[in-house]
Design a protein around this ligand. Sequence first.
Ligand SMILES: Cc1cc2nc3c(=O)[nH]c(=O)nc-3n(C[C@H](O)[C@H](O)[C@H](O)COP(=O)(O)O)c2cc1C
Length: 197
Amino acid sequence: MNSAEPGPDKPDGGLLDLIKTRRSVRRYTTQRLPEDDLLRLVEAGRWAPSGSNRQGWVFVIVDDPKYLEALEAVAPGIIGRPAAVIAVCIDLSGKARDDGDEELPPMDAAMAAQNILLEATALGIGSCPVLSYDSPSVSRLLGLPEAIRLELLIALGYPAGPVRVPRRRRTMAQVAHKNRFGCPPEGAAAWDGDDQT
Ligand SMILES: Cc1cc2nc3c(=O)[nH]c(=O)nc-3n(C[C@H](O)[C@H](O)[C@H](O)COP(=O)(O)O)c2cc1C
């Protein structure tokens, strides 16, 4: 890789920088998030790709302190008192249910969730995906109809202080293969900076 080209520790202001800036935040200020920003996050989510372009997602925005407190009681994965939570759900009624495809909903939800995490990062909002919760309790609390399946929660809020999660990643050579498993791509090592494990 040419040294003038962006690499792991060479910011280029592009999407890769934003992707690498995102961290899971687990300490938030008490400042509320503007309604418009919350809707902007949903906007990011609904522009994600989905299997057969089904767009079966449903996003429940929770920012009422009463509901947040109740949510935290049944979702131990929510840490640090977020100002809001977005529940990413998939509507399994109609076509999705008829297809009987169990694999697409979590994939679709994950695509939407990552869009939300990245847009939050761009807005200076801290976020954390949360899968540790009691699904029936959360669904009941949010009043989800039976056909709406909860896939993931996203905790959101302005970060309180520096984010201390290690940013280490496995090396490029450990994760990337070229054409066949076990064959490392040429130049993989150039992507390994001091943030590798
Ligand atoms: C599917 C999924 C579920 C997760 N569930 C939780 C959770 O319940 N609670 C939590 O604090 N973090 C949760 N995380 C965040 C991971 O711990 C975090 O992404 C990982 O440690 C890497 O750190 P980073 O996000 O700062 O890069 C989850 C992440 C994913 C992708």
